[in-house]
Design a protein around this ligand. Sequence first.
Ligand SMILES: C[S@@+](CC[C@H](N)C(=O)[O-])C[C@H]1O[C@@H](n2cnc3c(N)ncnc32)[C@H](O)[C@@H]1O
Length: 249
Amino acid sequence: MHMRKKKWARPELAACPFYTNGGEEYRNTWRSRFPEPEHPLHLEMGCGKGVSTAAMVKDNPGINFVACDMSPDVLGVARRNMAGDSGEDPRNIQLVRTDICFISRLFGPEDGAERIYIHFPNPWTEHPKHAKRRLTHPRQLMQYREMLKPGGEIWFKTDDDTLFQDSLVYFDLCGFETVYLTHDLHAAGFKPNYISEHEAKFTAQGIPIKAGIFRMKEAGPDFDPTRYRLTPGVRAKALERLDRETERK
Ligand SMILES: C[S@@+](CC[C@H](N)C(=O)[O-])C[C@H]1O[C@@H](n2cnc3c(N)ncnc32)[C@H](O)[C@@H]1O
């Protein structure tokens, strides 16, 4: 996502009590950064302007959220959205500027998140070599495994068919079971559904929203899925098998 530089974003973030640039020093202690550390912890990867995050934060005071993005310009807008919805110092959100490619430097096993949201990540479909930059690539999913509680979930939404299909294979490879799947989230009427900036944009274009909930199985893969090459043949076979398994459920 390319966005014009916002002069006000950095100074506002620097003065913001719920914003951290980096934050690796808080690894394994994120829960204690909230007034109610015993509440469930939900992480968001690539929150963008935080349109849906702000609504989730407001509606769910019993959940602690950490929303991550790399762009200070979008985080500046996210900060304003949070402050607008929940006041200048909301109790249950931390905004973090970080590169999610290295997310295991930020969160560790002691953080034990119940849930991770990945909403409308960049699809990286132009060149097969770019696939490893996806926020659902095995390189990422294997890092998320380290910071999720046993049985923790990843909630994923996208407009992009190729990213969605590939991600189904990635989740399977990395030891996640599918607990919910739809190729048209709005028609399915899933609730609660917090609509993000990109979700609104794609929906207005008539593109159905693909979504899934994936639960971490106790046993991880017994091989290194980050080295796995998702060739068209491998992908087709994996998707056929996943279809058969879904039908059996
Ligand atoms: C297409 S936008 C989606 C934003 C929002 N989730 C939504 O649904 O409207 C993708 C966001 O992910 C962020 N992003 C992409 N790769 C990232 C990375 N490696 N680390 C941190 N943020 C990243 C971008 O800065 C951007 O804000």
